[in-house]
Write a new protein. Structure first.
Length: 201
């Protein structure tokens, strides 16, 4: 028989998404302001003209660990805080020198593009892990099915595993029979189960 251990509601998923956005916003803002504070306290600008490149480390770290949203937030906060605290005249968003406007604009564009690239690499790595997981689960399903000599039991295992098609994020469904134990922890639709069920009609 099948047992549903955890299946969150759409409302819970929306709340978790907003919590993640809020935490990413706070983390990105705090990281950018921390770097700005260090530069301001030790007066590293304009003694080190390219000190703004330090922000790129923050953007890359956030993009590779948290995603594109936090990287963009950090880029914008870094742009505004650098303008407000470090460029003349201080404590305003007014810049008199054209070259400083150009430098800040280039920094903002570079930071956003860098964050997008790092976030894309992170997403590809997650997709590769998911494909590896699906392949392993499919192998285990075929192996456990082949162990059954009774055709009806084989079809029963495959048909029941068809129930493991998910449509809610963070869903976890555990299905077990006498010979087959299959545990999935990824969200999304697992099309290989659908194809296996379609083969048997």
């Amino acid at each position: 028989m099948s047992k549903l251990k955890y299946l969150p509601s759409p409302v819970g998923r929306d709340e978790a998404r907003w919590v993640r956005y809020a935490s990413d916003s706070v983390l990105a803002t705090a990281a950018a302001l921390l770097v700005t504070g260090i530069i301001y306290v030790f007066q590293l600008y304009p003694r080190i003209p390219n000190i703004s490149l330090v922000y790129l480390l923050i953007v890359l770290t956030l993009a590779s660990t948290r995603g594109l949203y936090s990287a963009v937030v950090a880029s914008v906060v870094a742009f505004l805080s650098f303008d407000f605290f470090l460029t003349q005249p201080l404590y305003t968003f007014t810049i008199f020198k054209v070259e400083e406007w150009l430098a800040l604009f280039i920094f903002l564009v570079t930071a956003i593009i860098t964050g997008q690239l790092a976030s894309a690499l992170r997403l590809r790595a997650e997709q590769a892990r998911k494909r590896e997981y699906e392949t392993r689960v499919l192998y285990e399903l075929v192996r456990d099915t082949n162990r059954e000599e009774n055709v009806e039991r084989q079809l029963s295992i495959i048909a029941r595993c068809r129930r493991c098609i998910f449509f809610l994020g963070s869903a976890r469904l555990c299905y077990s029979t006498a010979r087959c134990k299959w545990k999935t922890g990824y969200a999304g639709q697992y099309s290989f189960v659908q194809r296996a069920s379609n083969v048997i009609g």
